[in-house]
Ligand binder design. Structure first.
Ligand code: SF4
Ligand code: SF4
Length: 431
């Protein structure tokens, strides 16, 4: 089996505090859920229910407005008891509907009704994906309907790349989802290809995931579309768009496969596309890895959107001691959680609490060169960092000041820096 890896840099991430369970644990349903109107990069969804209203499970409660905005749905049945607003850690304004659970569930515990989609047109599939508010369930949460719109005027071959690459152990939730929902992921890939008139599916998998590769191929071969299986290295940031494109171009050249333009999506997004089209269901829950050194019992949980992060830590046995850092995402690129009442949203895939964060203070650069060794782009992060600091806040991207435009913010340099400098933030003009 040929394994394709990006040519230079990168790091191997090991973390014993990542959950290791072999099947997901279903979290308790939240008595109170917090449903933010912004779970995507565009403008806030406009709430279409008011305080005091009863809502059904899966009901539309916020309508997306304009590009990069997506519809928002109630994840549990209940009564809207409040609307709240707050400033997120990044400074953006956000607001949310608070729903107190009551009434009966229309979807939970019921046999799912299958809606045949093979006869649906690309237009109808696109509209259904938009209606159910499906977003890319990682990164900024770009709406899938916007991606489909941007494909409309694209000429030539387009390939859908399914990223089943686990270069970071904190992708444990995606890994488990791949095992538990293989069929939905394969079918979701076909639905997406039909909606976007794409000509090929590429399953990109970490080396060693041969069983998953066989299962995906078996499921996907039911439809008549060319499929490629590509095994990649597991070094971080192999899943990143740039590094993945590098290895896929190398695969295409070696195997003489015309890939054309690439659209990359993760397994959670494809399972959600499947559920929206085949079951007429919005995103009601999310597989989330819960762990870190401060958590008593790390586990991957299937959590309702809107569940407060404090509740899921409590369900994992609480903390062994007071955590020094709580964040969402991976320790490499995580975002600090400032309030345990923050909810799980469509793009949450991991939350962690650490005992040891900030144990050592930042020091000056000692010119050890470690950051240069790991940069997959071949940049000199030390020099870029120093230029950025000299040029002042937010000036590092000005032409002529530095070559920071090539940095894609993977954070490898931050991880290895013995002086604990926030290199990528400074290079990207965020610090
Ligand atoms: S890794 Fe840190 S200390 Fe070493 S050269 Fe780079 S910036 Fe300086
Ligand atoms: S964050 Fe930027 S400078 Fe640092 S390793 Fe990644 S690409 Fe290189």
């Amino acid at each position: 089996m040929k394994v394709y890896s990006f040519p230079r840099g990168g790091i191997t991430i090991n973390d014993p505090a990542v959950p290791q369970n072999s099947s997901s644990v279903v979290a308790f349903l939240p008595a109170i859920s917090v449903i933010p109107m912004v779970q995507h990069p565009g403008g806030r969804a406009y709430p279409i229910v008011s305080v005091g209203d009863l809502v059904r499970e899966g009901m539309l409660i916020g309508r997306g407005q304009g590009s990069l905005s997506a519809n928002v749905h109630a994840s549990v049945p209940g009564r809207v008891i409040r609307m709240v607003s707050w400033k997120a850690a990044g400074g953006q304004n956000n607001d949310a509907l608070i729903i107190r659970m009551e009434g009966s569930f229309e979807k939970l515990g019921k046999r799912e009704e299958f809606f045949p989609w093979l006869g649906m047109s690309a237009f109808d599939l696109h509209r259904t994906i938009a209606e159910f508010g499906i977003v890319e369930m990682e990164g900024s949460g770009r709406p899938v309907a916007d991606m489909l719109t941007s494909l409309r005027n694209q000429q030539g071959t387009i390939s859908l790349v399914v990223r089943c690459i686990f270069d970071d152990p904190w992708l444990a939730a995606d890994r488990l989802l791949c095992r538990e929902r293989t069929q939905a992921i394969a079918e979701g890939a076909h639905i997406m290809c039909r909606a976007g008139r794409m000509g090929r599916i590429v399953f990109a998998l970490s080396q060693g995931e041969t069983e998953l590769g066989s299962r995906l191929m078996e499921e996907a071969s039911r439809w008549e579309i060319p499929i490629s299986l590509v095994y990649t290295g597991s070094r971080y940031p192999q899943r990143n768009q740039r590094e993945l494109e590098l290895v896929l171009r190398s695969f295409g050249k070696k195997e003489n496969v015309e890939l054309g333009s690439l659209l990359m999506l993760g397994p959670a997004t494809l399972a959600a596309i499947h559920d929206a089209v085949a079951y007429r269901k919005p995103i009601l829950d999310r597989y989330v890895a819960v762990g870190g050194s401060a958590v008593r019992k790390p586990q991957v949980m299937k959590v309702r959107i809107g569940t407060r992060i404090g509740e899921i830590f409590a369900e994992c046995g609480g903390f062994v001691d007071k955590p020094r850092k709580i964040a969402s995402g991976s320790p490499v690129l995580g975002r600090a959680v400032v309030d345990l009442d923050e909810p799980v949203i469509k793009t949450s895939y991991a939350v962690f609490a650490l005992l040891e964060a900030h144990a050592q203070p930042r020091r000056n650069c000692i010119s050890c060169g470690e950051c240069r060794t790991v940069c997959p782009v071949g940049l000199d992060p030390e020099e870029l960092y120093k230029n950025a600091r000299a040029a002042g806040r937010n000036a590092s991207r000005k032409p002529g000041i530095s070559g920071s435009d090539s940095c894609h913010g993977c954070g490898c340099c931050d991880v290895v820096c013995p002086s604990r400098l926030a290199l990528s933030q400074a290079i990207l003009g965020m610090a």
